[in-house]
Design a protein around this ligand. Structure first.
Ligand code: HEC
Length: 340
């Protein structure tokens, strides 16, 4: 008898959703004042200005004017910054142009830089365009000091990495990504600083079928989160699914998949999270998952999986958390058969 069987349903639901959320949540930290002792000029003052105003066009996904400004290497390569020389720095020239000038940056129609932001960028370049120094290691004229004292810093949103994979050298094939998007599947870069992709079929779940899983195979080196929950997929999609070997997270809950699909899922050796809630899988299917040594979380609530089957899998994969959910006390409260 397991005491958890008596935990009221809502509690288990809350735990289930809390742990799902923790797994995917974006961690946004609080705004704070700039620390004039410890904070760095580039990281805490300059980078946020560039990130908020320039990198949508000059960043990891676009390089308008053939320059990118989202990290020190790219800024150096852009040659838009001449250390110690504000007058020769194209970045400053462009941001100081009159608002209606054809060449002003950000371009006409976009949000203007404030005069404080312009002064910050000029100060940074005048002081050597250094990427490492703290504010306290840099010469701070009085006017700049006043602005810095009133500045706030918001740490960038960081995605809690649910995986530990080497970053792909190349971005995913653009045509393949477009084809996936056209089928109504939501496909996105997982985070700003990675080429990995996530895909979900929430918008088209009802019409999504086995044939469409084929669209995902061309981006298999990049696709690491996939949500097919509540879609029309069946075991017919298993072979294609089995090729998506960079998946770290897979949602198959509330679909028609069975143990047959798990034979293929058992090949996805990078998998860390697998949700099979509300499917027809059984203990026999779990046998196929024993090779998934990175698996950390498995949801098999409302399936044919038993506590015994779950325990066997846990033996094979140390540290694995398996959620069997809530089970009707009626069935569970029957006294156990005496062992023969
Ligand atoms: C909406 C898109 C967009 C935004 C936002 C934007 N730019 Fe640009 N930028 C362009 C385009 C397009 C060009 C190429 C055409 C041109 O030179 O005007 C360009 C060109 C440049 C160039 C000249 C590159 C070269 O070598 O010719 C610099 C420098 C520049 N941008 C800096 C910035 C900075 C700094 C910001 C933020 C403060 C910024 N841009 C924001 C679109 C943008």
């Amino acid at each position: 008898m397991h005491p958890q069987n008596f935990i009221p349903r809502f509690v288990t639901l809350a735990i289930l959703s809390a742990s799902l959320f923790a797994h995917t949540s974006l961690i946004a930290e609080e705004k704070r004042k700039i620390d004039l002792e410890k904070d760095k000029v580039y990281e805490h003052v300059i980078k946020p200005i560039l990130s908020a105003n320039c990198t949508t066009c000059h960043g990891s996904s676009k390089s308008k004017g053939k320059i990118r400004l989202h990290n020190p290497e790219e800024i150096k390569k852009s040659e838009s910054v001449v250390a110690g020389n504000v007058d020769d720095s194209m970045m400053i020239e462009r941001i100081l142009l009159p608002e209606d000038d054809e060449e002003v940056m950000p371009p006409e129609g976009k949000k203007r830089l404030s005069s404080e932001q312009k002064k910050m960028l000029s100060w940074w370049i005048a002081e050597g365009a250094n990427f490492e120094k703290t504010i306290s290691e840099t010469n701070v004229p009085e006017e700049i000091g006043t602005i810095l004292a009133s500045l706030e810093y918001t740490p960038p949103i960081v995605i809690k990495k649910a995986f530990n994979l080497p970053e792909p050298a190349q971005a995913a094939n653009g045509d393949a990504v477009t084809a996936i998007g056209k089928a109504g599947i939501l496909v996105m870069q997982l985070a700003q600083d990675t080429k990995y992709l996530s895909a979900n079929v929430i918008n088209v779940a009802k019409s999504f079928n086995d044939a469409q899983v084929k669209l995902l195979v061309p981006v298999k080196d990049h696709l690491t989160w996939l949500d097919l929950s509540r879609s029309g997929i069946t075991d017919q999609a298993a072979t294609d699914l089995g090729q998506l070997n960079m998946l770290t997270k897979l949602h198959l809950e509330n679909t028609a998949v069975t143990d047959q699909t798990l034979q293929q899922v058992g090949k996805l050796e990078n998998l860390e999270y697998l949700n099979l809630y509300g499917t027809k899988v059984t203990d026999a299917g779990l046998e196929n998952l024993k090779s998934l040594k990175k698996l950390k979380k498995l949801y098999v609530w409302q399936t044919g999986v038993t506590q015994g089957g779950a325990d066997k899998l846990k033996e094979a994969i140390p540290g694995l958390y398996i959620n069997l959910g809530w089970q009707a006390p009626k069935e569970e409260s029957k006294p156990e058969e005496p062992k023969k």
